[in-house]
Design a protein around this ligand. Structure first.
Ligand code: AMP
Ligand code: MG
Length: 274
């Protein structure tokens, strides 16, 4: 199973989210909990490798990795951050969550607030929502005129090119859940006193516009999946599949980056501590 090739959006290809199964599994023989156990074991192996490579990325301090998480409400952005990226050393990770822009943010160009929090050399940056909201919610709700948001795909590609040419690798994950699964998860939030706070009435308006959001996601995937900064559509109805797929792709990327711990100073060689 090669999560990268299964889920990468090839640059320039057409995307029909309706044809991508959100409840995909590994396809192993046997009952689902057996498959889940196998996926969880692979996830843990991936995380173990990610931890070692994060140590070297930090020590090398030359390059960085940016992980972008997008998806509808309840698609698992918080869960992915906790389960897949939580085990990394927090010293080398910075998570940024993008909410409705403040007045100050709105008085600048849309990338201003984003550029300020991209990962520094040695760091792994995680975006929980991102600059892509500016071609998703902004497009669906007409928050700025079409003449303005339609230019943003090119602005985003140029911005990401600048980042990659400055040493940041970028992986972008769309967490793809079905409308039925979202219904279950939204209801569970309402029914659980520990989760109710996550529910916003506005989430229901967003849900009503599901098809418009899917159109906006498709445009984003088609226009902004590039060789340097690819988009992945991750089937996310099954959290264990999502965690396996994302950890596999992040692990692969860190292995390709192959960060190296710096060599020791020549004068330290053979030194004995008294
Ligand atoms: P949550 O992720 O549940 O905390 O919700 C954050 C909210 O902020 C979502 O409804 C997003 O659509 C909204 N949001 C994020 N970025 C933007 C943006 N650039 N313009 C308008 N709304 C945004
Ligand atoms: Mg929310």
């Amino acid at each position: 199973m090669d999560a990268y090739n299964l889920h990468c959006i090839k640059p320039g290809s057409k995307v029909k989210l309706r044809d991508i199964d959100p409840s995909k599994t590994l396809g192993l023989q046997g009952p689902e909990d057996q498959e889940r156990a196998a996926a969880d074991a692979l996830r843990d192996q991936n995380i173990g490798v990610m931890q070692q490579l994060q140590y070297r990325l930090w020590a090398e301090a030359k390059r960085s990795l940016l992980i972008v998480l997008q998806g509808m409400d309840c698609s698992g952005k918080d869960g992915t951050t906790r389960r897949v990226l939580g085990p990394l050393n927090p010293q080398g990770v910075r998570v940024s969550s993008f909410k409705k822009p403040t007045d100050e943010e709105l008085s600048h160009d849309f990338l201003w607030r984003v550029h300020k929090v991209v990962p520094a050399r040695g760091m792994i940056g995680v975006f929980n929502r991102s600059h892509y909201e500016d071609v998703l919610v902004v497009r669906v709700l007409n928050l700025v005129p079409k003449g303005e948001w339609s230019l943003r795909y090119d602005h985003i590609n140029d911005f990401e090119k600048l980042l990659t040419e400055s040493g940041t690798r970028i992986l972008k994950f769309m967490l793809h859940i079905s409308k039925d699964e979202q219904k279950e998860r939204l209801q569970a939030r309402l029914d659980d006193p520990e989760k109710g706070w996550k529910f916003a009435l506005g989430d229901l308006d967003t849900r009503k516009r599901w098809d418009e959001y899917m159109d906006a996601y498709e445009a984003m995937l088609e226009r902004c999946s590039t060789p340097e900064a690819p988009w992945f559509v991750i089937p996310a109805d099954k959290k264990w599949y999502r965690n396996w797929a994302i950890s596999s792709i992040v692990r692969r990327e860190l292995e390709l980056m192959d960060p190296k711990t710096p060599a020791m100073d020549a004068e330290l060689k053979g030194l004995k501590i008294e």
